[in-house]
Design a binder for this molecule. Sequence first.
Ligand code: C5P
Length: 236
Amino acid sequence: MLNTDYFNIPKIIIALDFNNKKAAMKLVDLLDPSLFYLKIGKEMFTILGKKFINELHQLGFNIFLDLKFHDIPNTVFNATKAAADLGIWMLSVHAAGGKKMLTYAKKALKSFKKRPLLIAVTALTSLKQEDLKNIGIQISLQDYILILSKLSYDCGLDGVVCPGKEAEKIKLLCGDKYKIITPGIRCFNDSNFDQNQTITPKQAKKFLIDYIVIGRSITSSINPIKKLNFIIQSMQ
Ligand code: C5P
């Protein structure tokens, strides 16, 4: 397996989106925990809970718990603390929860010696301009993403989840160290499924994205390792 560290390319987070443990482990067993991060989202966490996170930790994986908290500040404070107690590497909240919610999420991590990275989702990669209009937001999708990125930065978050094409502008606005995590990665004739803001792994490198999230491109592949090697090669 080719090493992303060696080639200085975006690091790869595999979205473990399965509806049962057996299918998830079939993929996990193929992966080297020193090369790939795992993302546990709403589906797997709802089915398997914290026991599964512990098992993946024991195998040596760093876990991005992508539950995208979006609630009143007190609830997000407590949920963030509970998530950090699991010893995860990264967790997500929705930037649209607002300044107070984001600040509370950050505050919740204060007491942790080794805290997870706190990342805000700006706009889902499944959204189009028309979707914003439908919920009464009149500004452009690009401006919406930049506003939420800057707000999250000002609230002390470590980075944002955003469509790849906005990454360069966010880095200019918030600095190089601000982490950019990008889902919606598609390559080699992958279907877009429900994603509307997609980029290729090669573009991710060009846009200086720190982490790419890859789900169905790998989880639905008949040879995930071969596909991952192609993806890594395409970014060199
Ligand atoms: O299968 P696919 O590669 O489209 O999966 C993308 C993953 O990234 C999913 O687990 C989805 O929940 C997550 N995600 C996203 N857009 C965001 C944040 C997270 O697609 N803005």
